[in-house]
Design a protein around this ligand. Structure first.
Ligand code: HGY
Ligand code: MN
Ligand code: MN
Length: 423
């Protein structure tokens, strides 16, 4: 039985790449950097402005907008049976501080474009569809990341995440409440969370598709990610008078820990990822021996067991390498790797083939909101290439044609899932 029916092809044909690109460029103005990148922190004024831009876009098309208790934003196309769990097409509007125009925003706007294409095709699906902006996927302003999607999926408790502090010292819960109040969307309870399926379009953020000149990535799964914090305590002392033998230098100790761990990523298959992305030093002045150094480590691998093995090595290094300082290790978050269901992979593959797009299966090195949605509903992702595989960098770039091709595959796969016998 051909999975990709006439409705799926009709909707894919109504995807308007120019309209999608216009909306992408309009949203990119919120938090625009001078170097062409984007700095749109989660729950910031720029984030609210981008959300309200989409709410206004939606209402101009007769689409409704909702926000749940985690400030997740849903742009809804009502189906004939509004009580059925909707098909979700989500990603995120928040960016890295040195982010690009496409990481996250593409998936939210591709979802909006699919809704517009369904309207233009004059089709009223049985089920509703919703384009979603999940709150704080990046986790760069406050951890853990994927705040909204994990709260929606129930893989974390919102109450716990509300108690956290942002890096700029404000309370996450208060920021969520302020964003909800400032966004022109109707309220919806998190308890009412329901999803028939979740699809996410995203740039690959790696070099594979471009290198192989392939336009569509059928994402098989996402590697696991653990985030942890090492806090090293030394002793502040005068830089000029304190001899080496009396020093308890927290930065020197941290350097020894990094020097012990970094070689682990030099294995031949180059799969393990260790990133020492944030180090906060106190008092952080040139002429005082550092009394403390707090480092956040991002640890990733396709195998959950391997992540736990490396975590044990980190704990050992934090004990053995820091004397005469002391150290503590805190696990902030651990999200196990996920494999997307074959039925969804096959649907995306059939959609790409029906639309004449060359495609390949690929594992995602980057984390995504789909990592959490996959725990509660059939989930899949569609990748498109980005230039030189560069992302989390203002130079991040993708072509309008590639983005439109990804959205056509997203549209056809969404319609095929809606019309599949199990729907
Ligand atoms: O860190 C990640 O993989 C995602 O881009 N937030
Ligand atoms: Mn992303
Ligand atoms: Mn990202």
């Amino acid at each position: 039985m051909n999975m990709i029916g006439e409705n799926a092809k009709t909707v894919a044909a109504r995807v308007d790449g120019a309209r999608q690109w216009r909306l992408l460029m309009e949203v990119a103005q919120y938090g625009a950097r001078d170097d062409g990148g984007v700095d749109r922190p989660a729950l910031s004024a720029h984030d609210v402005a981008a959300r309200n831009h989409l709410v206004d876009w939606a209402s101009a098309r007769g689409l409704s907008a909702y926000q749940d208790d985690a400030a997740n934003l849903f742009i809804r196309l009502e189906g004939r049976n509004p009580d059925l769990p909707p098909l979700l097409m989500g990603s995120h509007l928040d960016s890295q501080p040195t982010g690009g125009k496409f990481d996250g925003a593409y998936g939210v706007i591709a979802g909006c474009e699919v809704l517009a294409a369904i309207q233009d095709a004059g089709i009223v699906p049985d089920r509703s569809l919703e384009a979603v902006s999940w709150t704080n996927e990046e986790g760069s302003r406050f951890l853990p990341g994927a705040t909204g999607s994990s709260a929606f999926a129930g893989t974390r408790q919102l109450a716990d995440m509300r108690d956290k502090q942002t890096v700029d010292g404000s309370n996450v819960g208060q920021e969520i409440d302020a964003v909800i109040a400032a966004t022109r969307a109707q309220r919806r309870s998190l308890a009412a969370a329901s999803a028939f399926a979740h699809l996410e379009a995203h740039i690959e953020q790696g070099p594979v598709l471009e290198r192989e000149n392939i336009r569509i990535g059928i994402v098989e799964g996402i590697q696991g990610v653990m985030r942890l914090r090492i806090a090293i305590s030394g002793e502040a002392a005068h830089a000029g008078t304190t001899p080496h033998a009396l020093r308890k230098d927290a930065v020197v100790a941290m350097a020894r820990v990094i020097d012990t761990l970094d070689p682990l990523t030099r294995e031949s298959e180059d799969v393990l990822r260790l990133t020492f992305g944030r180090i906060e030093v106190q008092p952080n002045v040139p002429n005082t021996v550092p009394e403390s150094a707090v480092m956040t480590i991002d640890l990733r691998h396709p195998s959950g067991e391997e992540i736990e093995r490396v975590f044990a090595l980190i704990e050992t290094a934090a004990i053995e390498q820091v004397a005469p300082c002391t150290a503590s290790v805190e696990r902030i978050s651990m999200v196990a790797p996920v494999a997307f269901p074959e039925a969804v992979l096959a649907t995306i593959e059939a959609a790409a083939s029906a639309l004449g797009e060359n495609a390949r299966r690929i594992v995602s090195g980057a984390g995504h909101d789909s990592l959490h949605l996959a725990r509660i509903c059939p989930t899949g992702m569609v990748f498109v290439p980005c230039e030189r595989g560069v992302s989390h960098n203002p130079a991040e770039a993708a072509s309008s044609d590639d983005l439109a091709a990804g959205t056509r595959v997203l549209a056809a796969a969404a319609m095929a899932l809606l019309e599949s016998p199990s729907s």
